[in-house]
Design a protein around this ligand. Structure first.
Ligand code: URA
Length: 220
């Protein structure tokens, strides 16, 4: 349990174990990516637990039976925030091959800590926003500014907040406060709620710059 409504922190031994690997600054990029991928399955297990199902008739080798499958009336959108969010989208695609992937390009202005847009693959409008579930992917929910921008994009296109999930590895209390007070019905699924931000907007203890560590661009 945590103090935020609609924020789910995964409390699982495999999650804790893999977090200890990715936090370690001596972990190589390859090991870092693989540990994140293992955590991703646990995050998605939680993030997708209430997807709507419909009945379907199946013939097994023995007999006919009624099964459940994902509702054909619902669209699932995977929205990775470039570039670090890409680490989640391969796994998301693997477990939900029928989902649509819509990339969002934003980088953080290091002086103002505000997001700067450079790419957006979101349609002008959604045909059935009420029937659309959006999974926004970004490993680090730090100041919350990018999260607010990404969520606003979908809310402005009439996707109900309750259909939007923000998935992160590590979240800072400052960012959670900002996002949950602005969008009360958006769900946030995270592997860890850390202590605080430092003066440069990095999460403490965190893991450093997620994009640099994933893509092996850390400057020493
Ligand atoms: N982005 C990162 O990659 N790391 C942080 O700690 C904060 C934002």
């Amino acid at each position: 349990m945590n103090k935020y409504k609609n924020v789910y922190e995964i409390n699982h031994p495999l999650c804790s174990h893999n977090l200890s690997i990715i936090r370690d600054k001596s972990t190589t990029a390859e090991v870092f990516r693989n540990a994140i991928k293992r955590i991703t399955y646990l995050l998605f297990y939680k993030a997708t637990e209430d997807l709507e199902l419909e009945d379907c008739n199946i013939t097994t080798p023995l007999e006919n039976c009624t099964c459940k499958r994902l509702s054909s009336k619902k669209e699932i959108i995977i929205a990775p925030i470039l570039r670090a969010g890409l680490i989640f989208s391969d796994i998301a695609n693997e477990i939900m091959p029928y989902a649509t992937v819509r990339h969002i390009g934003m980088y953080r202005d290091e002086e103002t800590l505000t997001p700067v847009w450079y790419y957006n693959k979101i349609p002008i409008e959604f045909e059935n926003p009420e029937d659309t579930t959006v999974l926004i992917l970004d490993p680090m929910l730090a100041t919350g500014n990018s999260a607010l921008e990404a969520i606003k994009l979908f809310v402005n296109k009439k996707v109900p907040q309750k259909n939007i999930r923000f998935i992160s590895l590590i979240s800072a209390p400052e960012g959670l406060e900002k996002v949950t007070s602005t969008y009360k019905d958006v769900k946030i699924i995270t592997a860890s709620i850390d202590n605080c931000l430092n003066q440069n907007g990095y999460i403490r203890p965190g893991l450093g710059d997620a994009g640099d560590r994933i893509f092996n661009t850390v400057e020493n």
